[in-house]
Design a protein around this ligand. Structure first.
Ligand code: ATP
Ligand code: F6P
Length: 455
């Protein structure tokens, strides 16, 4: 196979993914304020981007803010005619931009993030979308837990641009009154709207009602959304300890860990403790099925007694015919492939092996499971870790395969309301660097613990 045909086959694969579901979908968020709509919308967009489906959120609030940057609760009173007019104008502007975005072929899924709290408003959205040949998927978030709502208000609403520079207590009170105004006209999705495709999430997905899901993409999205939870937790990511193959610069394989790798395996339980674990927290350990990750988690399992799962889906990117070779040897034996990989590392598929895109596809069930889970430490491999990290940190596809993920370093990710907090903890144990820059076929170099670069 020439390098041209290598690249071509990757592009065909790409096209297949983008058009695997031809219908355009407008996900319409529904719910009173502070019900997590923007959080769900943002996460859904990140998930879609990660699986290669172009998506965008159209947030009606940010359109409204052009004319009314800091409205008081009374602005949202349904009897306030001027407020009603301006809110309607914001919804129309968002709709018009969304339709233009679809029309220009810029994406497959748009998320209309607003309260969309009346039947009349939902009917209008449905009509506009149907006329433009766009499917609608209504996602309603219902929550009657007063404490949770007040927490939400304090956590995210008092710092919203709507209240910039204002006293947080007064802001919280005003936001509570804003909700009261919405409640006056709010209509939940009911049997009168059975003709729509919808999902109702009640109290953060403790009850889920699903109606009329028609296509594959919608059912994946619904499955993803229904698994989201907001319990505080962290996810720890670590590569295996340095392996014998790492020392000789070989890729793939199923080698044992080196002496320094074993030192890392012994240090891992303490490194995890040092990273901060809330009291009485259980963490589940996930490894791949390859020796180097199982060996690296051995002491962790023995010392903590945490449950451990081995996942085939966490095995390293399959380098096919190049398995067991060094980058130098690949450049020599398969120069066209070597160049093709540098040209488009995300889409390049090793002969008889995988591409980063293939790895993302096989990791999708892992991400679904991670969203359902609480505290998890994943001990896995360079390419797999790049893909998982990219999901949480929203790293674009073209950058993800080039990221530096040093050995002997624990990464702690803690999801917050609108993003993920990252901390890195080094074990202070030297290891080779397996990172390779574009165009280089340099051998793996030894990096003392304190000199490891982080890109
Ligand atoms: P608004 O209509 O004012 O834009 P919103 O519904 O978009 O509000 P968010 O801004 O997303 O609300 O609120 C985020 C907060 O909601 C976070 O504190 C998050 O923990 C919480 N949250 C996330 N999902 C849910 C849910 N399903 N039910 C209730 N709260 C949730
Ligand atoms: O070198 C370690 C390793 O995990 C190999 O087994 C794997 O092929 C490689 O990293 C993936 O990194 P890259 O995609 O940068 O070659």
């Amino acid at each position: 196979m020439s390098s041209k045909s290598v690249i071509r086959s990757q592009q065909q694969h790409k096209v297949f993914i983008a058009s695997s579901d031809e219908s355009k979908i407008c996900v319409v968020m529904v719910g009173l304020p502070a019900r997590g709509k923007s959080l769900i919308a943002g996460k859904a967009m990140r998930y879609l981007a990660w699986v290669g489906i172009p998506a965008r959120v159209f947030n009606v609030g940010s359109y409204r803010r052009h004319n009314t940057p800091q409205p008081q609760a009374t602005f949202f009173d349904p009897h306030n005619a001027e407020g009603e007019r301006m809110r309607r104008a914001a919804a129309e502007a968002a709709m018009s931009d969304m339709l233009a975005w679809f029309q220009a072929g810029k994406g497959v899924v748009a998320i209309l993030d607003a309260t969309n709290s009346t039947k009349e408003r939902r009917k209008w959205i449905h009509e506009q979308c149907t006329a433009a040949d766009i499917e609608t998927l209504f996602v309603e978030s219902i929550c009657d837990d007063e404490d949770l709502i007040m927490n939400n208000i304090r956590e995210v609403k008092t710092t919203s641009p709507d209240y910039k520079g204002q006293d947080p207590e007064l802001a919280a009170l005003d936001f509570r009154n804003r909700i009261v105004n919405y409640e006056k006209v709010y209509e939940t999705i009911d049997d009168g709207e059975k003709q729509y495709t919808y999902v109702k999430l009640i109290n953060v997905g403790s009850t889920v009602i699903i109606n009329q899901i028609k296509d594959y993409l919608s059912s994946r999205l619904v499955y993803y959304i229904q698994n989201l939870h907001i319990k505080p937790r962290s996810i720890w990511l670590s590569r295996h300890g340095e392996s014998e193959y790492n020392l000789t610069g070989r890729i793939g394989g199923d080698s044992n860990i080196s002496e320094r790798g074993e030192a890392y395996a012994r240090a891992l339980p303490e490194l995890l403790r040092k990273s901060g674990i809330p009291e009485n927290t259980k963490i589940v350990i996930w490894t791949s099925t390859l020796r180097r990750t199982i060996q690296s988690a051995r002491h962790l399992k023995a010392e903590t007694g945490f449950e451990k799962l081995e996942w085939k889906a966490l095995d390293e990117l399959d380098s096919g015919v190049c398995d067991g070779l060094t980058y130098e040897e690949i450049a020599e034996k398969y120069p066209e492939d070597f160049a093709a990989r540098d040209e488009d590392k995300y889409n390049y598929r090793y002969r008889g092996g995988e591409s980063y895109r293939d790895v993302v596809i096989r990791l999708e069930p892992i991400i679904m499971e991670l969203e359902r889970s609480e505290n998890v430490i994943i001990v896995t491999h360079q390419a797999v870790l790049r893909c998982i990290y990219s999901y949480f940190m929203n790293v674009p596809q073209e950058k993800s395969p080039w990221m530096e993920v040093p050995l002997h370093t624990l990464i702690k990710l803690t999801p917050r309301a609108y993003g993920t907090e990252e901390q890195r903890f080094k074990a202070g144990i030297s290891a080779v660097s397996t990172w390779r820059g574009k165009g280089s076929s340099a051998k793996h170099q030894d990096f003392p613990a304190d000199e490891q670069v982080q890109k």
